[in-house]
Design a protein around this ligand. Structure first.
Ligand code: ADP
Ligand code: MG
Length: 309
């Protein structure tokens, strides 16, 4: 049967990519598209580097899983500019650009958020000096622009492999983030807290990812998300992070945010990252959240329609 689409039906593009590693599939887009369609929204997945798409035909683009962007950052930034010139994009591209480089953590710290202790180094010798100060403690090194634990390594500070990773990041033009190992993270106690349009909707634990000595446990990136309960402190922390993002950027409240935290013996409850443009929402383990996300998108569409009208 052919369904004719009313021209006033809002069109939403859920921005994705076209290939995912088997261990890291996009579990969110299909249910979200269905939930939006059930609300009368003409929703579809749209691959960000699909040259055949006319972005102006969408009333709203919701960034979801453009997960190949770290390998093609410049291309992604150029696309983002084109997309925002053509239509409304959420989260806001200005927020995306701010969120792309984890040096935002230092800004959030200045806004009063407790963050995993981090230094940012652009010179390998500075990393070497810092690692010497760590002696035989364990450290984590990662690039400021990364996702999916790419080029992220857990080492004893005197392991030459740590400096090799630092050199690789610097050679690629990146900034090296140096952090003490948070043992609770290595024990798989990272929690991702989801704030959808200002409401804490769900949380997942992801399990440990880094193998000591560099690389990933099991050799591949696998999150093993599990739905977990949220304490009052964690909920307050998540809202405080979103508020601090607002103060640091001066931008509108995000449609969605994933606030990754760990409750550590050494530092208390601390922020690992605030993911504002491509978090896996893990709707497959929290199906009840799907309609909350769809409702939030629908509300943003109404705002967009009022602005135009
Ligand atoms: N300081 C740390 N101590 C122990 N493990 C860490 C530390 N930083 C990161 N990790 C591990 O590496 C993973 C990826 O690091 P993260 O900072 O979340 O970057 P991204 O998810 O953007 O790649 C985390 O989910 C966590 O398992
Ligand atoms: Mg992470």
């Amino acid at each position: 049967m052919l369904v004719s689409i009313d021209p006033s039906t809002p069109r939403v593009g859920i921005v994705v990519t076209d290939s995912y590693p088997l261990e890291d599939l996009d579990h969110d887009t299909a249910p979200l598209v269905d939930a939006l369609r059930a609300r009368g929204v003409d929703a579809r997945a749209a691959v960000w580097h699909d040259e055949s798409l006319d972005w102006a035909r969408f009333d709203l683009l919701v960034l979801r899983s453009p997960w190949d962007y770290p390998e093609r950052v410049e291309e992604f930034m150029a696309w983002l500019e084109r997309a925002e010139a053509a239509t409304r994009v959420l989260n806001e591209p200005a927020l995306v650009r701010w969120n792309l480089d984890k040096r935002y953590l230092a800004q959030l710290e200045r806004e009063g958020v407790a963050v995993v202790p981090t230094t940012y180094r652009t010179v390998v010798d500075d990393v070497a000096a810092e690692l010497r100060a760590f002696a035989d403690a364990h450290v984590v090194l990662k690039p400021a622009v990364s996702a999916g634990a790419r080029d992220t390594g857990l080492f004893r500070a005197d392991d030459p492999a740590a400096l090799e990773l630092a050199a690789r990041i610097v050679d690629a033009g990146g900034t090296v983030m140096v952090q003490p190992e948070i043992p609770e993270l290595s024990a798989g106690r990272e929690k991702a807290l989801y704030v959808i349009d200002g409401e804490l909707t769900h949380a997942i634990a992801k399990g440990a990812l880094l193998a000591p000595g560099g690389g990933l446990l099991g050799g591949t990136y696998e999150e093993h998300p599990e739905l977990v309960a949220v304490t009052d402190d964690e909920e307050a922390f998540a809202h405080a992070v979103v508020a601090a993002v607002g103060r640091a950027t001066g931008l509108e409240a995000p449609l969605y945010a994933r606030v990754d935290v760990v409750d550590s013996a050494a530092y208390g409850l601390v922020l690992l990252e605030a993911e504002l443009f491509e978090p896996a929402l893990n709707l497959h383990v929290a199906p009840h959240v799907t309609h909350l996300v769809a409702a939030a998108v629908a509300r943003r569409l109404e705002v967009a329609a009022t602005r135009v009208g």
